[in-house]
Design a protein around this ligand. Structure first.
Ligand SMILES: [Fe+2]
Ligand SMILES: [Fe+2]
Length: 382
């Protein structure tokens, strides 16, 4: 039986703001979070290297390791307020630096009516703290999920590759935590919607669901978001950090696409429908988290009122849709859009992201995004 929206996402209307904002973390002071995982750990005695595309990816994974301690210049000083202003100035369409921070609308009668320079800059700082904190927590999710894949995936080439990804994710957690601690001004707890999604991925006993949730959905979104921020930021340390992390993420998403393509070709339509539903649930959770409700709370603003205002802003809708620019073509490549009479295509249309279906998928993009190899070649040539 196909699930209802109520069963899938806990509400009947995807855009029900009250329901979205009612989900918050009650245990923000806890130092650990425990999730029961029920997967089978699987040995294979078939050591034949039969999957060339994964073998190639594994070689790339081994060769393109970098060291967060020595390949990034941590001596770069970061003045967060100056960076917020410089970013806004670079990205504003005119009208001075602050125009890039404030939404382009009449703010009279809104919670922002009394905002001056100081408040807009503070909002920029908090947004950055929040954004990088959620990336950090998501990276730890990737570390745990990929360690699970090493255990659960039945193919030796995939176990080898996943092992290199575990190392990549450790490095990502390490560099984001260090950047937050040393260069920014405060860490946020994990967003409740993001945590629900990570919990669902980790708890699912089917090995391919780990891939779908993490490599296709979470990392697909991360790849697009990192690209967006990499383009927008003027801060050189973060720029290089993101450039290197993205090179790894492109491989990770390719790992998902290449593995699931083989596996999904054999699934029944009922099984495909379950994967479609999981992809939709993940998409909604990620969309919900980007309302960044914790930032409005911390700024002392009326969260509901602000969020109602934000969801209608064209620049926000553009940003939110862009986050799905990698996910949708990858879902198409895996046959997820069109299975079950196009059920997921319809849902992606409903949440306004279907326009990306024919963008480039991430099966091979990792080769052109190998920034570590490019830097090494440049260094060797000079
Ligand atoms: Fe990562
Ligand atoms: Fe990753």
């Amino acid at each position: 039986m196909a699930k209802t929206d109520e069963e899938l996402i806990g509400r009947t209307d995807v855009n029900d703001l009250e329901a979205i904002l009612s989900i918050t973390n009650k245990d923000v002071d806890a130092l650990t979070h425990v999730i029961r995982a029920e997967q089978d750990a699987l040995f294979t005695w078939d050591y034949d290297r039969s999957r060339d595309v994964l073998g190639k990816l594994y070689e790339k994974g081994k060769n393109s390791q970098w060291n967060g301690e020595t390949d990034l210049d941590w001596s770069i000083e970061v003045d967060q307020e100056k960076v917020v202003l410089a970013n806004a100035e670079q990205n504003a369409m005119g009208g001075g630096a602050l125009a890039g921070l404030a939404p382009d609308m009449d703010l009279a009668g809104t919670p922002f009516a009394k905002f001056g320079d100081k408040e807009w800059i503070q909002l920029g700082v908090e947004s950055q703290n929040w954004t990088l904190s959620q990336f950090l927590h998501g990276e730890q999710g990737a570390l745990i999920c990929t360690a699970q894949i090493v255990e659960t995936v039945p193919w030796i080439d995939a176990k080898y590759y996943a092992a290199t990804q575990v190392m990549d994710e450790a490095r990502h957690v390490e560099v984001f935590a260090k950047y937050l601690n040393e260069k920014l001004s405060g860490m946020y707890p994990v967003n409740a919607h993001l945590r629900m999604l990570l919990d669902d991925i980790i708890a699912d006993s089917r090995w391919d669901m780990t891939y779908l949730g993490m490599q296709i959905m979470v990392e697909g979104l991360a790849l697009a978001a990192f690209g967006f921020i990499h383009t927008l930021t003027t801060e050189p340390l973060l720029k290089k950090l993101l450039r290197y992390v993205m090179a790894d993420e492109a491989r990770h998403v390719a790992f998902g696409v290449l593995s699931l393509k083989e596996y999904y070709a054999e699934l029944s339509s009922k099984e495909m429908r379950e994967r479609q539903e999981f992809a939709f649930e993940a998409a909604v959770r990620m969309r919900d988290r980007f309302l960044q409700q914790e930032v409005w709370d911390r700024m002392g603003l009326p969260t509901k009122e602000v969020v109602k205002l934000m969801v209608d802003l064209p620049e926000r809708q553009f940003f939110q849709a862009m986050l799905f620019s990698k996910i949708v073509p990858n879902c198409k490549k895996l046959g997820l859009l069109d299975a079950s009479d196009g059920w997921l295509r319809e849902r992606f249309t409903e949440i306004g992201v279907i326009q990306f279906e024919d963008w480039v998928d991430t099966g091979e993009e990792y080769e052109s995004l190998d920034e570590v190899a490019k830097d090494r070649e440049a260094a060797a040539a000079s």
